[in-house]
Design a protein around this ligand. Structure first.
Ligand code: NAP
Length: 312
């Protein structure tokens, strides 16, 4: 029987995904028709979705066995009460690698003080500043899942002492693990650079508020590669204004695109990047989608299924 897979993700992604998804399904022997054309919803077996996708009401897709997201974050889908099917987030090895590279690049920029030489060259020979070695620069990672672990291990490979914080304690080579409220106090207080790689949930929203920002060492740097809602923006701006927080490199925002009038754009201690830390790559992501469809057909547990109670 031919399965019907509906590409209900952002239509701009269809040209990049159509070929790889069809090829990945064929490679593992799944006979499927993959389409972006408005289908008879009651005939669809699997739905591929993403932010900006075309489905607002999932109820007519009465036969759909699972909804497969192209993004790692699912907060926008979990707020849709019509989506009741098993929901899988994306864990794509290429996205994981690109996140680790992006985080390592931005951490190294701050660690080495690269801006002092890269920006505003003025003919003055300033050679008296030698940065500490990576081993002397503790880095904390909030969120020690797929992406946090990969970023942490790349940073540990450079030589940074890395501490991760997660809901449950973890055993990850090269990374110290903390959890719970006291663990958060310790990682914030002990890190010169904090990387955010948490999902946005009811428990993590505004996690970095004024009180928690005040726990960080003076001049500490924040690298937010996850979601804008993790940070209380007003509190961060106040901490940047006072210099308590030395710099914030932000890739994700409550409103995207970040409006041109937002104070982050102009702030001398903020670097804005336009949600480009880690893009899903069609070639590798298509194999993850195909494997989940294979699993669904075989009656096996899906990979990366979202736990609705936890919110990620
Ligand atoms: P993941 O594998 O689900 O990992 C999430 C981590 O956060 C886990 O370690 C989890 O703890 C921890 N966590 C969740 N709630 C917590 C809480 N209340 N207290 C403490 N720790 C908590 O997710 P991922 O694949 O690494 O992705 C993380 C996030 O990155 C995504 O949700 C998305 O928002 C963001 N992202 C951004 C981009 C970008 O381009 N900017 C790209 C991809 C993803 P446990 O391990 O104990 O469960």
């Amino acid at each position: 029987m031919t399965l019907r897979v509906f590409f209900g993700a952002d239509p701009r992604r269809w040209p990049k995904y159509a070929g790889p998804v069809r090829e990945a399904l064929a490679e593992i022997g799944i006979d499927a028709e993959v389409t972006d054309a408005a289908p008879d919803p009651a005939a669809v077996d699997y739905i591929i979705t993403s932010p900006g996708g075309v489905i607002l009401d999932y109820r007519p897709f009465s036969r759909a066995k699972a909804v497969l997201n192209l993004f790692a974050g699912v907060e926008n889908l979990l707020s849709n009460p019509t989506l009741v099917q098993p929901l899988c987030r994306m864990v794509d090895p290429a996205m994981t690698q690109s996140m680790a590279e992006w985080v390592t690049g931005h951490v190294l920029r701050h660690h080495l003080g690269m801006d002092a030489h890269v920006l505003g060259q003025d003919g003055v020979w300033r050679n008296q500043i030698a940065p500490p070695l990576a081993a002397e620069r503790p880095v904390g990672i909030l969120g020690l899942g797929e992406l946090g672990q990969a970023a942490g291990q790349m940073l540990a490979g450079v030589g940074f002492p890395v501490t991760g914080w997660s809901r449950r304690p973890k055993s990850v080579p090269g990374i110290a693990s903390l959890s719970g409220g006291q663990g958060l106090v310790e990682v914030l207080g002990g890190s010169d650079i904090i990387v955010l790689l948490l999902p946005l949930t009811k428990d993590t929203e505004n996690l970095l508020d004024a009180g928690r920002l005040a726990l960080m060492p003076a001049g500490a740097v924040i690298v937010n590669a996850a979601r804008g809602g993790l940070i209380d923006d007003a509190a961060l701006l106040a901490a940047l204004d006072s210099g308590r927080i030395g710099h914030a490199t932000l890739d994700a925002f409550r409103t995207e695109p970040l409006p041109p009038e937002h104070p982050y754009w102009q702030h001398p201690r903020v670097t804005v990047t336009p949600h480009i830390a880690a893009e899903t790559r069609p070639g590798t992501a298509a194999r993850v989608l195909a494997e989940n469809i294979r699993r669904g057909e075989a009656g096996m547990a899906y990979l990366h299924q979202v736990d609705r109670a936890r919110g990620y």
